[in-house]
Write a protein that binds this ligand. Structure first.
Ligand code: OFO
Length: 181
């Protein structure tokens, strides 16, 4: 890094490290959702599969927003290495339970970053991260609403087919709000 950039970098090294960790987490989210989409597709849950393919793309976009921000702020965004992505799943319900658990972890990680930026008076990054705070609230709510479908509709008979249809509708609503961002 040249002297001008070193003197003018606006990111603390610790902040850069945390942002790179977040980049990796978003990349992992994208990879897991892609794997889930594929499993749903071969099992015949076409609407859930479409929902998850779109969700995987969204997570990639979350990763790229962070990636570009780190370099713009004078840091170095690191291409994350990902391994150990699960390829098989036990049920449609289990997939959405795993998604909720995963998103709760992502929210915690974003909050750690926000807290760190506030404590270090990095108000620019703090401000940048507010988008993620709102996004995480929406993603957790969506995963909870999908899980409610399993309890309300039940999985017997045509239950799973109906749940898959409803997931398709929730996904379509979410896609239009995502493009509005
Ligand atoms: Fe759903 O994780 Fe991105 O922000």
């Amino acid at each position: 890094m040249n002297e001008f950039i070193t003197k003018n970098r606006s990111l603390l090294l610790e902040t850069e490290e945390l942002l790179n960790k977040q980049i990796k987490l978003e990349a992992v989210s994208s990879a897991i959702y892609l794997s889930m989409a594929s499993w749903c597709e071969i099992k015949g849950y076409q609407n859930s599969s479409n929902f998850l393919y779109a969700h995987s793309e969204e997570e990639k976009m979350h990763m790229m927003k962070l990636f570009r921000y780190v370099n713009e702020a004078g840091g170095h965004a690191l291409q994350p290495e990902i391994s150990g992505v699960p390829l098989k799943f036990t049920s449609l319900r289990k997939i959405f339970e795993q998604i909720l658990e995963h998103e709760i972890e992502v929210t915690k990680s974003i909050h750690t970053l926000v807290d760190h930026c506030f404590s270090n008076k990095d108000f620019t990054t703090f401000n940048f991260l507010q988008w993620y705070v709102t996004e995480q609230r929406e993603e957790e709510t969506l995963a909870r609403r999908i899980l409610e479908l399993f309890d309300i509709i039940g999985e017997e008979g045509l239950g799973l087919w109906t749940i898959d249809q409803e997931i398709g509708k929730l996904g379509a609503g979410n896609a239009s709000s995502a493009t509005a961002v």
